[in-house]
Design a protein around this ligand. Structure first.
Ligand code: ZN
Length: 129
């Protein structure tokens, strides 16, 4: 990767980190409002759950973007952290904070999916029966 390419990714990632920091700071004030109205309280609880879920995703992205900036500094940006192959430039253009090449990412995603889908679906089946 050329220096100008690296500079471009650094600029993209720096902007991304700034944007995510703004988001997550904004959301730090998720508070629990006690409401007399039960329906309102249920609604507030589901909104809170959604906000926490979004926040979780944003924190993850923030961590990944910061890690990518660190990799630029350390000189191993664009290298898969799993197999040491180069991450495809098209993939980096779409996901500048990508940690893995597409093959390793798919393996990781598949493993996660299996764990995430299998556990709750058993629960659902039991509840439905
Ligand atoms: Zn890989």
């Amino acid at each position: 990767m050329t220096k100008s390419e690296l500079d471009r990714f650094r600029a993209i990632l720096t902007a991304k980190v700034a944007e995510l920091e703004r988001f997550t700071r904004h959301r730090e004030g998720i508070t629990i409002d006690r409401s007399a109205d039960q329906l309102e309280e249920i609604q507030a609880a589901s909104e809170r759950a959604l906000a926490v879920c979004n926040l979780d995703r944003e924190f993850n992205q923030l961590r990944n973007a910061r890690a990518a900036l660190r990799r630029i500094q350390e000189g191993n940006f664009g290298t898969c952290q799993q197999c040491d192959e180069e991450i495809h430039p098209k993939r980096l253009a779409a996901v500048p904070w990508a940690t893995f090449c597409i093959r390793c990412q798919e393996a990781v995603d598949n493993n996660l999916d299996l764990e995430e889908i299998q556990a709750p679906s058993h629960d659902l089946l039991r509840r439905a029966a």
